[in-house]
Design a protein around this ligand. Structure first.
Ligand code: T1G
Ligand code: NAD
Length: 654
């Protein structure tokens, strides 16, 4: 780490060099504080240009430090001293000014930037709020309404937008620093603008606060930081900047040590580690520009959409005209939903999306694909037949992948020409939305083929988690344990709706029974029946009684709940309760917290077994699977994180 100083005539150039993202570590803060004193006392210096080495200005505070008590000099103090400097500081920003990086820039008298520079206060994604003046300086620079969006809603102005808001004084081409030095010289010939904190700010109409609070609470999904960030901003408008700074710092320090903040930091680092496992850092992936997708059903069309969203070209192969027609109409819908979700960037320009898609029957054009992903029926014979063809018609270097949920990939690859180029790439439905990608190598998968899977995940914005080969890999195996434990509670007399309500209160979008009604009870039933037919001692479960009378969930009009007139809102079903009564004990009241603890314990217990079997590399990877594949509430960190925070005794059955 260094903070370099160069002198260009009467202008000092201070460059923060703290790879990989110029985080404002204690050492950087200390050096900046020393420099501002030094340069203020140097009669030959009239202005200071502050910039970051490499591709971005500053990514913020050093998140690694958050697991320790804060160390002086504290960032607010450093920024306040720069702001008070006798010589004006000009922030020269390329790439990104994020969190404390943007707060540092706001303490400077001027800000100049390149057109690609992004400006954000992403602290709320870490369960905290800006802690170095962002909630107070920003509204005084860009106005309350825009500041509220940046502080509490992840609004990230880029380049020209930042200029329009007044967040930067001018945009310039590279080389940035010489441009900033010229800007500084010119600024010295003019009256200096007021310091950010001293700028006037008018209190907005009351509906601006009400509107902002409404949006923030709606988007927060139970997280507390966004609203508190907005409240700190408002406090400074209502009671003055000093009061606002005090509340901001108090709130930041309080949130920094919460379980929610620890959970979000845990996932932040886990996601980055997952993209670059140690054994992949020296591996070069195979080049992929066109991907074949065999099977355009639920998964195949979703995978095709994810590939198109990632800028790749797709050859989607179906078995007949009807399959092609169905796939194309599904893709038209996914195109629309991707555009609505803003997946095509700010301009919403999806040019080329459909042009990069070819749909066909048979393998006539598959030789132009560098990767082919199979997503046909979950049937070993059908999959084997597809790969026999692919092995024959694809170029020898083409990577071949299966999207199977349960079949052992080694069985699918049996007899395949070039088994070293084969692996499992398990996408999750809807594949153009869910970020999880389970990557399942076989013992024969070549390292550069595995690296190709990781590179695909990176290009699609997915979170890759490597799984060993077992029944259900990681996610579906834990899901099965979660659902079984939920049925164990119902069998013990706990209400179906009570279990779902407890898990919704914990942060899931829906409880296990609502979710199973949506996915279908027959999947678990068929799994248990297959085990019974192998002679395994699988006791009857309440769900089995429902499936046996045709109650398979929403698709059959009812499962654990009733659904009236095709409406998907679950309604308590006396019929379902009568059917499962032979297996259910006397009514048992159980507190929501206990229900959550039981289901968390079951998930964590299965996770530990999966870890012990060497199926997954780390507990953090299991948390990524649950958060990015199964809707585990992000602010809770995942089942393994939860288990690490509580001394959860493992209660296997009632
Ligand atoms: N602190 C420490 N390490 C960080 C870091 C940070 N702020 N940001 C990134 N890293 C590490 C990351 O773990 C990875 O490490 C490497 O840098 C490359 O990251 C006071 C309190 C900047 C857009 O939330 O959004 O300021 O895996 O893989 O894809 O109010 O990193 O190589 O060992 O993500 O090019 C607010 C978080 C902090 C920004 C670059 N700032 N970072 O993305 O690289 S809180 C943030 C990012 C704060 C103040 C508050 C991204 C990036 P490794 P990467 P990238
Ligand atoms: P689906 O029935 O919706 O789609 C399968 C498609 O494959 C159909 O459109 C069919 O016409 C086509 N097909 C069958 N044989 C073919 C052949 N020889 N050539 C070309 N096309 C052929 O099934 P799905 O839900 O999309 O599942 C596909 C695969 O993905 C399965 O292995 C499944 O286990 C896996 N998977 C499913 C989910 C899910 O939630 N549905 C999630 C992850 C993985």
């Amino acid at each position: 780490m260094t903070v370099n100083v160069e002198i260009d005539g009467e202008i000092a150039i201070v460059t923060i060099e703290n790879p990989p993202v110029n985080a404002l570590s204690g050492a950087v803060r200390e050096r900046l504080l020393t420099l501002v004193e030094l340069l203020d006392g140097d009669a030959n210096i009239r202005a200071v240009v502050l910039t970051g080495a490499g591709r971005l200005f500053v990514a913020g505070a050093d998140i690694v430090e958050f697991d320790r008590p804060p160390e002086p000099p504290f960032l607010p103090e450093v920024i306040a001293r720069i702001e008070a400097a006798a010589k004006p500081w000009i922030a020269a920003i390329r790439g990104a000014a994020l969190g404390g990086g943007l707060e540092l820039a706001l303490g400077c008298r001027f800000r100049v930037a390149t057109a690609n520079a992004r400006f954000a206060l992403p602290e709320i994604n870490l369960g905290i709020i800006p802690g170095a003046g962002g909630t107070q300086r920003l509204p005084r620079v860009v106005g309350v309404a825009e500041a509220a969006r940046i502080v509490a809603e992840n609004y990230t102005p880029v380049g020209a937008e930042a200029l329009r808001l007044g967040l930067v004084d001018t945009l310039m081409e590279e080389p940035l620093v010489p441009g900033a030095v010229s800007f500084a010289r010119a600024a010295l010939g003019r009256a200096l603008p007021p310091r950010s904190l001293n700028r006037g700010v008018s209190a907005p109409a009351s509906d601006v606060w009400a509107e902002a609070e409404g949006r923030v609470v709606a988007d927060a999904k139970g997280a507390t930081a966004p609203l508190q960030a907005l409240q700190a901003l408002r406090h400074g408008i209502d009671y003055g900047a000093e009061a606002g700074l005090a509340l901001e710092r108090k709130t930041f320090l309080a949130l920094r040590s919460t379980e929610e903040a620890a959970a979000l930091r845990h996932l932040f680092f886990a996601e980055r580690a997952a993209l670059r496992p140690a054994d992949m850092r020296l591996q070069s992936p195979r080049s992929v520009e066109t991907v074949g997708v065999v099977g355009g059903g639920t998964m195949g069309s979703g995978i095709a959409a994810a590939l198109l969203n990632g800028g790749l070209s797709v050859v989607l192969i179906e078995q007949d005209e009807e399959g092609v027609f169905r796939a194309r109409s599904t893709l038209a819908k996914l195109f629309e939903s991707s555009r609505r979700r803003g997946l095509f960037g700010a301009g919403g320009d999806a040019s080329g999306w459909m042009d990069r898609l070819e749909t066909t029957i048979g393998y006539g054009t598959v030789e132009r694909c560098e990767l082919v992903i199979e997503a046909v029926f979950e049937d070993l014979a059908v999959k084997r037949a597809v790969f026999a063809e692919l092995g024959r018609v694809c170029r020898p270097g083409t990577v071949l992948a299966t999207n199977t949920s349960y079949i052992d990939p080694r069985l699918i690859a049996e007899g395949l020409l070039g088994p070293e180029r084969f692996l499992g790439l398990h996408f999750f439905s809807p594949a153009h939305v869910m970020k999880l990608l389970e990557i399942i190598p076989t013992p024969q998968t070549a390292p550069d083929v595995l690296a190709t899977g990781y590179d695909l995940a990176r290009r699609l914005g997915k979170v890759p988690v490597r799984s060993g080969i077992c029944d259900g890999f990681i996610g579906n195996r834990i899901l099965r344990r979660y659902r079984t434990e939920a049925e164990v509670l119902v069998r013990a007399g706990v209400g179906i709706a009570a279990v779902d309500a407890a898990m919704r209160a914990f942060g899931f979008a829906m409880g296990p029974f609502e979710m199973q009604d949506m996915a279908g009870l027959d999947i678990a039933f068929l799994y248990r029946e297959a085990a019974r037919s192998r002679g395994e001692p699988v006791p009857d479960m309440p769900g089995d009684l429902l499936v046996r009378v045709g109650r398979k969930g929403q698709k059959s009009g009812g499962g654990w709940y009733d659904y009236i007139d095709g409406n998907r809102r679950p309604i308590r079903s006396p019929e379902a309760e009568r059917i499962i009564a032979p297996l259910v004990g006397a009514k048992k009241e159980m507190a929501g917290e206990e229900i959550v603890a039981r289901l968390m314990t079951a998930m964590a217990d299965e996770g530990r077994t999966i870890l012990d079997e060497g199926i997954v590399a780390s507990a953090a990877d299991i948390d990524l699977v649950e958060v990015h594949g199964y809707g585990f509430p992000r602010r809770r960190g995942g089942p393994m994180f939860q288990a690490s925070r509580q001394d959860m005794t493992i209660t296997r059955t009632l």
